[in-house]
Design a protein around this ligand. Structure first.
Ligand code: DQA
Length: 140
């Protein structure tokens, strides 16, 4: 099984970005642990701050991976284009958010992608990614 881990804008700054909300671990470090935890799953990681690059990546990988674990960052609340992209591909996408978006500003509860996703995980810190990968491994 192969999964794409896709991170959107500002998530390249994990570790130093608002650590009281997002923790103090860089994603690259966490990604190593994630790989160690799922030796039977091939994980590819891609991060971009550009909406179009995230769309291009999903188009490119849609037939090469069994699923996508996607943290769209703020695009979750604004991007019709990313929502359409997820609807357009057959590859299942699980949306993840490190913080609990329902416990924050009201505009973060506007979730344009979630209805086109297979599932939605929010509020468990970086563990959200592990839970999403496990859901694919368990065939949920
Ligand atoms: C986030 C939540 C979004 O509202 C925010 O814009 C982010 C990070 C999260 O992982 O909690 O960039 O996606």
């Amino acid at each position: 099984m192969k999964l794409l881990i896709l991170n959107g804008p500002n998530l390249n700054l994990l570790g130093t970005r608002e650590p009281h909300i997002y923790g103090n671990r860089a994603f690259e470090k966490y990604f190593k642990l994630l790989n160690a935890e799922f030796p039977n799953i091939e994980l590819e990681y891609f991060q971009s701050n550009q909406e179009g690059e995230l769309i291009d990546k999903m188009h490119e990988e849609r037939d090469k991976v069994d699923g996508v674990v996607f943290n769209p960052g703020a695009y979750a609340h604004t991007s019709i284009a990313l929502s359409d992209c997820i609807a357009a591909i057959d590859t299942p996408v699980v949306e993840v958010h490190i913080s609990n978006v329902f416990d924050r500003e009201g505009y973060r509860q506007n979730l344009l992608l979630a209805k086109n996703c297979k599932g939605f995980i929010s509020g468990f810190g970086l563990d959200c990614y592990r839970l999403a990968v496990a859901s694919f491994e368990n065939g949920i």
